[in-house]
Ligand binder design. Structure first.
Ligand SMILES: [Mg+2]
Ligand SMILES: [Zn+2]
Length: 224
């Protein structure tokens, strides 16, 4: 862990953000379940996923199949998603310092890229599960599924380790189940909700955050 009083070298820093409940103020996919599901079969899938009986790929696929979803209805919904009120400031600060930033998400790229674009964030690279529409059908792919991991659809750790050069200072910001593994490889972790509870139990070092203002204050103090 980086000494809390020490400055960070911007040339060495690299930042990874989770998307749902981290950059976005809600879990977009969870909201979609309520809006687009044809029945309540998604509830059982959610229970099975939360208890670890199924992985997130099986859960997501089943829940997507249960939705009445078209690109029209989805595109009409996504402008309603609100970003954390400080995300843009954090992102601009990182750009000004020439610090690389990535999104690692177990949601779908179509959803995230569209929400970012609506909010005029165009250069942030997103690694997520893939979703597209073809002739009214929802087509998904999971290029970052790890065959040895039964938990995540997008296993984030591999992408994190691939993107971060050796000796870099990895900063990780997240909240959920799929953030627990990649957070282990970060020198600076900002956590809330599930990830926060997980890290408390594991005795790993972390900082709690409520919203990204906490991250912004930290970065401004550490990176001059
Ligand atoms: Mg999340
Ligand atoms: Zn995994």
């Amino acid at each position: 862990m980086v000494d809390k009083n020490n400055r960070l070298d911007p040339k060495k820093c690299i930042v990874f953000f989770d998307f749902d409940n981290t950059i976005a103020t809600c879990d977009v996919f969870d909201n979609m379940l309520l809006l687009f599901s044809k029945d309540d079969r998604w509830v059982e899938l959610e229970k099975r996923w939360k208890s670890g009986r199924i992985g997130s790929k099986t859960c997501l696929e089943g829940q997507l199949r249960g939705m009445d979803l078209s690109n029209k209805t989805l595109d009409a919904y996504l402008p309603k998603i609100k970003l954390d009120p400080y995300f843009k400031q954090v992102y601009k600060f990182l750009q000004a310092k020439k610090i690389k930033a990535f999104v690692l998400s177990d949601n779908y790229d179509y959803i995230i890229n569209r929400v970012l674009k609506i909010n005029r964030i165009n250069k942030l690279k997103v690694y997520a599960n893939k979703l597209r529409f073809s002739k009214g059908e929802v087509i998904t792919e999971y290029p970052f599924k790890d065959k040895d991991c039964q938990i995540c659809a997008h296993c984030k750790t591999k992408n994190l380790l691939e993107k971060a050069p050796k000796n870099s200072t990895i900063i990780y910001v997240g909240d959920g189940e799929s953030d627990a593994c990649p957070a282990k490889y970060a020198q600076v972790v900002f956590a809330k909700d599930h990830l926060l509870r997980h890290l408390k139990e594991s005795k790993l070092d972390y900082m709690a955050f409520n919203n990204l203002k906490d991250v912004l204050i930290y970065l401004k103090r550490k990176l001059i």
